[in-house]
Ligand binder design. Structure first.
Ligand code: B12
Ligand code: SF4
Ligand code: SF4
Length: 293
């Protein structure tokens, strides 16, 4: 059962920082108590998978967050979790439990910090000293007792405020609170069937799907190394599509090319909306400086 983290989540929800992500309001009890999600749970195991790509998109094209360069990580990680369970069963004997990545009511960053893997940065992300923050978090909740690691006690952000200063929409608030309803990732991916509010005009810095600004500026990400995971290699369309390619992409081709990609979460209509928002509200596509029309 989580104490402080439960209160932080409650406060976040009360302030409406989930915006239209109504799923964040569901299953509060499960989210703060793994025993409610997996009856008989005794341990939480946290795993990280690096997704930092070896190549980046061409400059000047609509920008995609690095986590979405490859095929969908949910599928890649679910397969890995199944094999890990198999290995554990062979080594330890019959164990029960479930593995999760991203979509279940689990406070994944909290458990990663409690498992001793890293600290929560001012940008809200879990950061490790060895490799920064460009990794996915997966969580296994099991009925076995283990020798538990100590929580990660230190915070290596110090007096740095680079992420706060660089966030194009001022979504990063004091005390490591990120207002989800102001984040470009929310507007470009999670906001379904709705227009992006006009107050955001000129602020997206050419991001079409997700946003990496608060991680790109983080000094700890100097230590990021390209992932060796073959399943997470970038799709060549993500790297090479020009603005014209995106604008002329048909729904049929979108569905075919991005069938197994995170981009399908925004749907064709979402990508088109984002492109239209960028072209109407940016003076120069691809420029790094925020443009205000
Ligand atoms: C909803 C969600 C979003 C929303 C809202 C973001 C948010 N701030 O919550 C949106 C769509 C905006 C989003 C964006 C992104 N997301 Co997201 N998202 C989630 C999701 C599904 C739930 C997060 C959640 O519970 N939020 C509620 C808030 C209250 O919880 P929290 O931010 O996790 O904070 C908790 C802890 O950090 C802790 N905490 C907070 N402050 C402090 C302070 C101290 C001192 C301590 C000890 C603890 C602590 O308490 C909080 C809980 O009460 C998780 C998956 C999951 N099930 O956990 C992925 C997840 C957090 N997202 C992830 C990623 C990669 C991203 C993006 C980088 C994607 C992108 N490039 O566009 C951005 C980053 C934006 C940012 N700076 O946070 C990864 C994070 C990996 C990492 N290294 O941390 C996750 C874990 C998915 C995964 N399985 O890999 N996301
Ligand atoms: S992902 Fe982008 S918009 Fe969201 S908090 Fe980070 S810098 Fe701000
Ligand atoms: S940019 Fe600076 S303040 Fe922000 S998470 Fe990284 S180290 Fe912490």
């Amino acid at each position: 059962m989580l104490g402080d983290d439960a209160r932080r989540l409650e406060q976040w929800l009360k302030s409406g920082m989930q915006g239209a992500m109504k799923y964040m309001e569901n299953h509060f009890e499960m989210r703060v108590d793994p025993q409610k999600l997996v009856p008989g749970a005794k341990s939480v195991i946290t795993l990280l998978l690096n997704y930092f790509p070896s190549q980046t998109q061409n400059v000047g094209t609509p920008r995609i967050s690095k986590y979405a360069y490859s095929r969908d990580y949910h599928e890649v990680i679910k397969t890995k979790l199944k094999s890990f369970f198999q290995v554990l069963r062979e080594k330890i004997g019959e164990i029960q439990g479930r593995g999760f990545v991203d979509s279940a009511p689990v406070l994944e960053r909290t458990w990663a910090q409690k498992s001793g893997l890293g600290w929560i940065g001012k940008n809200g992300n879990l950061i490790t000293k060895q490799s920064g923050s460009f990794f996915f978090i997966a969580t296994m909740i099991t009925d076995i007792e283990l020798e538990y690691d100590d929580p990660f006690a230190r915070d290596y952000c110090g007096s740095c405020t680079r992420c706060i200063d660089a966030c194009p929409t001022n979504a990063i608030l004091p005390n490591k609170v990120v207002d989800g309803s102001r984040c470009i990732s929310y507007f470009t991916i999670e906001l379904k069937d709705m227009l992006i509010p006009p107050q955001m005009k000129g602020k997206f810095d050419n991001w079409m799907f997700g946003c990496d600004v608060c991680q790109d500026v983080c000094p700890w990400n100097r230590f990021s190394k390209p992932t060796k995971e073959i399943e997470l290699q970038p799709l060549h369309q993500v790297l090479n599509f020009t603005l014209d390619d995106w604008e002329n992409l048909s729904e049929e081709s979108f569905k075919k090319i991005f069938e197994n990609s995170p981009l399908k979460r925004a749907k064709y209509s979402g990508i088109k909306r984002n492109l239209a928002f960028l072209s109407t509200h940016q003076t120069s596509i691809g420029s790094k400086a925020p443009t205000n029309l």
